[in-house]
Design a protein around this ligand. Sequence first.
Ligand code: SF4
Ligand code: SF4
Length: 312
Amino acid sequence: MKLTNQIVIEKAKELGFDLIGFAKADLLQDETEKLKEWLSKGFHASMDYMERNFEKRLDVNNIFPNAKSVISLAMNYFTDHQYSNEKGFGKVSRYAWGKDYHLIIWEKLEILEERLKEIDPSFNCLTYVDTGPVMDKAWAVRSGIGWLGKHTNVITREMGSWIFLATIICNQEFNYNRPIEDFCGSCRACLDACPTKAIVDEYVVDANRCISFLTIENKGEISDGLKNQFDNWLFGCDICQDVCPWNKKFPTQTREKEFEPDGNKEIALQEILEMNSQEFKRRFETSPIKRAKLNGIKRNAEFLMKAGDSIH
Ligand code: SF4
Ligand code: SF4
């Protein structure tokens, strides 16, 4: 049977995806031009991989020949809990409170692919979750899932920006969605709230100043010039999303139990400083926190202690 939008949406929703959009597998010309400009200013800090595979980012046919469509999927991860600012503890970004989303979403994508192939054996695809040279945010915008907010996260009308994105590049045609309007309007709440002034302009984030980059992907030291500006963030930072009116308006609870906090909402800094590699592995085995590695998370804890950020 030929696959339709309705069938894909139904199967994806059964597996827990919340929003599904369809885009033609066209060139991402404007989006890659903007990326080039951002890179030329050095705003990607040490993320050198962003400079590579431009041809693949521009044209998904360079990853998956004869691609016809790109399906974008979003999964809400908001859980109804708040951060605590307890003395001696560092805060963890919402997305890392529960089990690693890669593990959860990869499994769902595998099942989805199997189910779609059962319906139409000629269906073929490649799937991505935040990995590989695929511009997942650009595809989410093109397929009408949401718009790119001034903080550069994708915002949906249905559930704000607390979403994980997944992307499917495939060999079938569908009816395509159109991008939706940008509903940021004259709001500048995220730019004003960012403690390190990392949102250097509307829709432009300088990773060199962004707490999220500095505490997760960054392999180097954190500049003393940013002392006392981290607002107690140990891993990631949610400030620009927390102040966004689209997140405040309709907080919708996730349907996925494994995104519930698993003891990692905030972590004692002393515990991190005393942790050895075996303890780190055991504690964060299935958590996104393992991405920072033991050295990275210790560096963050030391920075907060040194800066006095953890003392309120
Ligand atoms: S994540 Fe934090 S530091 Fe980065 S832009 Fe948003 S508010 Fe600023
Ligand atoms: S805080 Fe305001 S400007 Fe920033 S992303 Fe949200 S709506 Fe857009």
